[in-house]
Ligand binder design. Structure first.
Ligand SMILES: [Zn+2]
Length: 163
């Protein structure tokens, strides 16, 4: 292998990030073992066309370099995904806080209204069951909000992963 062809191959491998699936010519890739003295049995990706037409430009990539490349690529993707998830988590916390405050305001307004309008019946049993209601409504609302947020998050994570 001459030094010019080796530098050519180097630049070729840098143009394709990660593990290649197809050659630039569109052909499927096969793996071969190198026969040169410095890379004896080192495996690389190449298409069949490249073996027949030596003068054309076709993808060449060492398998070991491709795997390291791919790990770096996935690693970068994971880091971005993690940062995005943290963002989603922060915004969900913020929204839940807002909803919590909103529900507290509503509950306070409701009890103010009851006190001022004298709706409060003298019956102790009625009063007890009335007091339970806002809490039930609150937890039901929170459950629905939580389920909706979880669903949205899952959809979002799925769409990110399938990219
Ligand atoms: Zn090719």
């Amino acid at each position: 292998m001459s030094s010019s062809s080796s530098s050519n191959r180097q630049s070729n491998s840098q143009r394709t990030v990660g593990i290649p699936t197809r050659c630039w010519c569109g052909a499927n890739l096969t793996t071969y073992g190198a026969q040169t003295k410095e890379n004896k049995f080192r495996r690389f990706y190449r298409c069949v066309v490249a073996l027949q037409r030596k003068n054309e430009q076709h993808l060449f990539k060492w398998i070991d370099e491709a795997i390291i490349d791919e790990i770096d690529k996935v690693d970068g993707k994971c880091t971005r995904l993690y940062a995005d998830l943290e963002d989603v988590k922060r915004s969900i916390d913020k929204r839940l806080d807002l909803q919590d405050r909103y529900i507290q305001d509503l509950t306070a307004t409701l009890s103010d209204f009851r006190t001022s309008s004298g709706v409060n019946p003298n019956n102790d049993m009625m009063e007890a069951s009335d007091e339970l209601r806002p809490t039930n409504t609150q937890s039901a609302l929170l459950n629905i909000a939580g389920a909706a947020i979880a669903l949205l998050t899952m959809t979002w994570v799925y769409s990110k992963l399938s990219n």
